[in-house]
Design a protein around this ligand. Structure first.
Ligand SMILES: [Zn+2]
Length: 325
């Protein structure tokens, strides 16, 4: 609502009064315009409205993201900086606000974006889908997790990202092994079938929307087990994870997304100290990236410089010495 034109075009969706009959939305014309209020923050002039039912007054600000915020007009910057590799603390220092403000605004935006996504999610999917997990951790390296991501093969639309906790595995030093055992003794193990269960959830959802299409995954046992556990209307094709991951590989969209996670989130860079401190914050960040990639950004920002030779190989009439690229 920083722009006056946006305010003039605004049609109040409902009456903000909780006790009003028009609070839950209506097709009736329930308000009248009620002059302007002068404010000391941008846009300095606020269109005001009056409800014809309960007679309360409200303004275009009431429906804005900065309603009753002391530090107004920061949301866009916070989103941009946060999705371009800055940590919450450095954004706070740059914008001269508290770190808690940044955290709060990101949380707010992530929750609003869930509503937006629900209203704009495709009702039918007409493309194949690639599915794989992104391995990271929250809080400490002793609580790793998997983010199960489903991405459209052609559009690179992010259909799902769900969370699965993992138990720490792999190589550890002697001290780390002892600490791991202590933690398990104190808190117990994470559910060991979480990847399997989340995969069923995602596959069931996709199966309804993309019947008849193919789902590409790697050869993870949980994926195959999940696929066989119910009557899925999609085909499953597994790709060896050692196969070359260039744009001809059906799992390429997944790789690209995971690359973007590592590139654009300060929390997902290797050996970072700005790692996500808890699971909810991780999922909020991923939710924001989902909306940003799906609805605010083009598929590729730059034109891809791919010649015919690079994409399809040399035409059969050319000999090796003629290829110079
Ligand atoms: Zn009302």
């Amino acid at each position: 609502m920083t722009n006056l034109n946006d305010q003039l075009e605004l049609i109040p969706p409902y009456c903000p009064n909780l006790r009003c009959l028009f609070h839950f939305g209506t097709d009736e014309n329930f308000y009248v315009k009620n002059g302007f209020a002068i404010t000391n923050k941008a846009p300095f002039r606020n269109q005001r409205f009056k409800c014809t039912g309960c007679k309360i007054q409200f303004s275009s600000n009431t429906f804005g993201v900065d309603f009753r915020k002391r530090a107004a007009n920061l949301t866009e910057k916070i989103l941009h900086y946060s999705l371009n590799g800055m940590s919450n603390n450095s954004i706070a220092r740059l914008l001269k606000v508290a770190e808690g403000t940044i955290r709060d605004r990101l949380k707010n935006m992530a929750r609003q974006s869930v509503l937006f996504e629900k209203a704009n999610y495709p009702s039918k999917i007409g493309e194949d889908i690639a599915y794989d997990g992104f391995e990271t951790f929250t809080g400490s390296q002793f609580s790793p997790c998997y983010v199960n991501t489903a991405v459209g093969s052609h559009s690179m639309f992010i259909y799902h990202n769900t969370f699965s906790p993992l138990n720490r595995k792999g190589r550890m030093t002697f001290d780390q092994k002892i600490k791991n055992q202590e933690l398990i003794k104190k808190y117990g193990l994470y559910p060991q079938s979480s990847v399997y269960e989340e995969t069923i959830y995602v596959m069931r959802n996709l199966s309804n929307l993309a019947a008849g299409r193919t789902l590409y995954t790697d050869e993870h046992k949980s994926y195959i087990r999940a696929y066989k556990s119910f009557d899925c209307s999609m085909g499953l094709e597994t790709i060896n994870s050692k196969a070359r991951r260039d744009s001809s590989n059906p799992l390429f969209p997944i790789n690209r997304l995971h690359n973007l996670y590592r590139h654009f989130f300060s929390s997902q860079q290797r050996e970072s100290i700005s790692f996500q401190k808890h699971e909810a914050a991780l999922m909020e960040k991923l939710q924001l990236m989902k909306i940003y990639r799906n609805f605010m950004n083009p598929k590729f920002v730059k034109k891809i410089n791919m010649t015919h030779i690079r994409t399809n190989g040399p035409p059969p009439c050319m000999s090796g010495s003629q290829i110079k690229s």
